[in-house]
Design a protein around this ligand. Structure first.
Ligand code: EPS
Length: 398
């Protein structure tokens, strides 16, 4: 897989760092678009005090010169403003793990003497670095006409009902403080977050990420790790607190019959060479390969595990039962997770596009993109003849 990235950095350390390797040379980088994605990832009602401190702006220190990628690894850093209030501070021992958090599991694994060493890296603050990476990937995709957006469809038990075209849903989500395009549901989601805060509790939810304009033929059915379905679901569930994901209405499809689920093929009335699918039950993928239809991925986020209400736990310093102590956190981070998921989807799709196109510079990619096969009868000619199934050299012509 041609594209890869690493991130480093603690939640309250000086900065987050990412290196993105494998981008072709010659892609113009739009700073304003990158800043916008970073700012969108910081928005959302239900965020804690930290989001009022940070103003994420990416510093690019390698791999982009004179406004264009050079083909070299791209280094991205994002300062943590909050570091100023943490540097050289004597911190109280943190020895009571929060249920549901990485506190205990990471400490059991790494043998830390204080839980803070686990939470500093487990923190979703790291998503700022992924947003920077995804922002660069989204610009490669945008060059080829791919648009990625997201919106929140559920917070707690409040679900939206809006049904509109994807561009309209994307636009409406940007105007909502909970990223929900349905104003009535958004108001109820806002109220649900307020109620959870009042009750000293937290909320999770469900978001949808949609990629439009993805060409058919990315990913492959031939091997497990080339199926784009798994690559996309893995990327979305790599976001902290995302415990489930589906492509299209996968769980609802599981309750239906096949004839009600599979998107029928037909020929476009206006262009009879073009094969079209009626419906969107497949979520834009068949056989782990993109179909050319919108790719729809849903992610389910569990409620934040840092609750104002103390939860029963164990004090690792005394070995006795204890309750958790509150650390500043979010009440609901689903709107921010949706944008982080956009970034992860952008990375996976950019990787799959580069795999398909190959090439080291944009001019090469452009030529190859123009020659991609589409969903056209003339693109997949067959003569309808019989042939002999077997593994020797006696094929149909043998
Ligand atoms: C987070 C806890 C909060 C969030 C943070 C994720 O930070 P703090 O512990 O400093 O209050 O604000 O999210 C971000 C900083 C971010 O950029 O999204 C956690 O424990 O995961």
């Amino acid at each position: 897989m041609p594209l890869r990235f690493l991130t480093a950095g603690e939640s309250h350390g000086p900065e987050l760092t990412a290196i993105l390797e494998g981008m072709p040379a010659g892609l113009p980088i739009d700073r304003a678009a990158l800043d916008l994605l970073m700012a969108r990832r910081q928005k959302g009602f239900g965020s804690g005090g930290r989001m009022a401190i940070e103003r994420d702006r990416v510093r690019i220190t390698a791999g982009v010169m004179a406004g264009r990628t050079t083909g070299a690894p791209i280094a991205l850093t994002i300062p943590n403003k909050d570091y100023e209030s943490w540097r050289d501070r004597d911190v109280e021992a943190l020895t009571v793990p929060r249920p549901g958090h990485a506190d205990l599991s990471a400490t059991v694994k790494y043998g830390y003497g204080d839980l803070r060493l686990a939470l500093e890296r487990a923190s979703a603050r790291e998503l700022a670095a992924r947003a920077a990476v995804g922002g660069i990937c989204a610009q490669l995709l945008a060059h080829f006409g791919v648009v990625i957006g997201s919106y929140v469809v559920q917070i707690g038990d409040v679900a939206m009902a809006a049904d509109a075209g994807y561009p309209a849903l994307f636009a409406a989500a940007e105007t909502s403080d909970v990223r929900c395009p349905d104003p009535a549901a958004a108001a109820r989601m806002h109220a649900a977050i307020q109620a959870a805060a009042r009750d000293r509790d937290t909320l999770g939810g469900v978001f949808e990420v949609v990629a439009l304009g993805v060409p058919p033929g990315l990913g492959s059915h031939v091997h497990w790790d080339r199926r784009l379905t798994g690559r996309l679901l893995g990327a979305v569930t790599s976001i902290p607190a995302i415990k489930g994901a589906e492509i299209g209405p996968a769980f609802a499809n599981a309750a239906r019959r096949g004839t009600a689920v599979h998107d029928r093929f037909g020929l476009d009335a206006a262009d009879p060479d073009r094969i079209v699918r009626a419906g969107s039950h497949g979520g834009g993928l068949e056989g782990g390969i993109t179909t050319g239809d919108p790719i729809v991925i849903r992610g389910a986020m569990k409620p934040i595990s840092t609750t104002l209400t103390p939860l029963p736990s164990v004090d690792l310093a005394t070995g006795r039962a204890a309750v958790t102590r509150y650390e500043r956190s979010d009440i609901c981070a689903v709107p921010r997770a949706a944008v982080a998921a956009e970034a992860m989807v952008a990375f996976v799709l950019a990787d799959a596009l580069l795999e398909k196109l190959g090439g080291d510079r944009m001019a090469e990619l452009d030529e190859r993109f123009a020659r991609l096969r589409g969903n056209r009868v003339s693109d997949v000619p067959m003569d309808g003849g019989t042939w002999r199934f077997g593994y020797d050299d006696k094929g149909r012509d043998g």
